[in-house]
Write a protein that binds this ligand. Structure first.
Ligand code: FES
Length: 108
């Protein structure tokens, strides 16, 4: 298990427990975290699971593949640390992971 903290664009934090092997997107969905929409269900085909991975954690996850890079280009408010959370698998090394969520997925 690993703890993952999601921080909404408003600053509201959600610390949740993740199971190894889940995607970070699925962790958010299972815990009803606002700001992760995941319209395509995790197939790297919608970019509505976009999140910002804190720099310290970026080094601990594999880099994006070509499909993820292509979808990130379609996302709103892209930053250098933008990732598709459906493409990040939870591992014990990610215990404490922090993911910030873009304002574009707040539904406002
Ligand atoms: S859920 Fe659609 S790209 Fe991640």
């Amino acid at each position: 298990m690993a703890k993952v903290t999601f921080i909404e664009a408003s600053g509201k934090q959600h610390e949740v427990t993740a199971q190894e092997g889940q995607s970070v997107m699925q962790v958010a969905m299972d815990n009803l975290v606002p700001g992760i929409v995941a319209e395509c269900g995790g197939f790297a085909n919608c970019a509505t699971c976009h999140g910002y991975v804190d720099d310290a954690w970026l080094k601990k996850i594999p880099p994006p593949d070509a499909a993820e890079e292509g979808m990130i280009e379609c996302a709103f408010h892209v930053q250098p640390n933008s990732r598709l959370t459906c493409q990040i698998k939870v591992t014990p090394a990610l215990d404490g992971l922090v993911v910030r969520l873009p304002v574009s997925q707040t539904g406002e």
